[in-house]
Design a protein around this ligand. Structure first.
Ligand code: AHR
Length: 339
């Protein structure tokens, strides 16, 4: 049987997982079963301690922090060793981190790609080293899907559609509806897909129009800055803000108040993630709706890795089930929110 030799933590890229219980029960449904299993002779016993490298996008949002904690806790609580790297939203940092995991001969790599493209070479290197890669949260746009085992995360197109459907139901029959859009990180799967899903819905309604659209990089600071610019150039003509995440929506709410308008009344505010900050904003009457994007799937990812390394088949895509929350539900649900 394969015996793991565990290296002591020490490099800059390594960080011990936190001890706290996230209560992170993820709720997932299998969407596609193309199957995938380990190469013969590589399988490990379920109880075996694994070394898992986790290359995370960054710390750009409340959502991301919750996802990092969920994954770190799940890995260490299961008795495995974690090697963690925060890419600070830079692709080159992720490529370096994955190379470092390969050099350290980890048993598995969990990878949440900053952007969709440009990872072929490094993923091929992982494959050549026989280290399986598990995509977490964000997918890659790569032709050769043998370079990764499975994708576990949200259906971002569906999230965009939910936002569009909510808006159309809410404002159909109100004449011209001018929408400004705060996009996520350029080239990232959630930015591309949330835009696409939303546009698929509103394109059916000629009175709904996206009049301005710019990236706010998924951060509050950038969301505020870009919203200030939108207001400056077109302040009296904005009916709706569609922000690809709650952090940007929260930053934009500040900008709207400073400009002298009432968020959720003068401008309808739609966010994505359903983080606590959005529930607080909704409870305060400043945000209308948030589309859930559940980050608490660390335990499920660990289970999938263990199954795969034990030689079991795993589905190629696993989607996390999600909901949507409106302003009138916020006060009651706020105390129950885990992230
Ligand atoms: O990939 C998930 C997205 O990334 C979240 O919606 C956003 O908040 C984060 O930064």
């Amino acid at each position: 049987m394969f015996v793991l030799v565990l290296a002591a933590c020490g490099s800059d890229e390594e960080a011990a997982g936190t001890d706290g219980d996230t209560g992170a029960d993820s709720d997932a449904t299998e969407t596609e079963d193309t199957g995938s299993d380990t190469e013969e002779g590589d399988s490990k016993e379920a109880s075996e301690k694994l070394v898992i490298g986790f290359s995370q996008v960054g710390a750009e949002s409340e959502w991301r922090t919750a996802n990092t904690t969920s994954m770190q806790d799940a890995i260490t609580d299961a008795g495995h060793e974690l090697k963690f790297s925060d890419a600070q939203q830079k692709q080159e940092n992720q490529i370096k981190a994955i190379r470092s995991f390969i050099a350290q001969k980890v048993d598995a790599i969990v990878f949440s790609p900053v952007v969709e493209t440009g990872f072929e070479t490094v993923l091929q290197e992982a494959k050549d080293a026989k280290i399986p890669v598990f995509l977490s949260d964000r997918a890659v746009d790569i032709e050769d899907d043998s370079l990764w085992v499975t994708f576990l995360g949200s259906d971002f197109i569906e999230e965009g559609k939910k936002a569009g459907n909510w808006l159309v139901e809410e404002m159909e029959g109100e004449g011209e509806v001018n929408i400004v859009e705060l996009q996520g990180t350029v080239g990232s799967a959630p930015a591309i897909d949330r835009k696409e899903g939303f546009e698929q819905i509103i394109s059916e309604y000629p009175n709904f129009e996206i009049t301005k659209s710019q990236t706010g990089d998924f951060t509050r600071a950038k969301g505020k800055e870009v919203m200030e610019a939108f207001l400056k150039s077109d302040g009296d003509n904005i009916d709706v803000l569609y922000a690809h995440n709650d952090d940007m929506a929260i930053g934009a709410i500040q900008a709207i108040e400073e400009y002298g308008l009432k968020p959720a009344e003068d401008i309808v505010i739609i966010g994505v993630d359903a983080v606590k900050g959005a529930f607080e904003a909704m409870a305060a009457g400043k945000m209308n709706v948030t589309i859930e994007c559940n980050p608490l799937f660390g335990p499920q990812m660990v289970e999938i890795i263990e199954q795969y390394l034990a030689g079991e088949e795993v589905p190629k895509r696993i989607a996390v089930e999600e909901s949507m929350y409106t302003m009138d539900q916020a006060e009651e649900l706020l105390p129950t929110r885990q992230y």
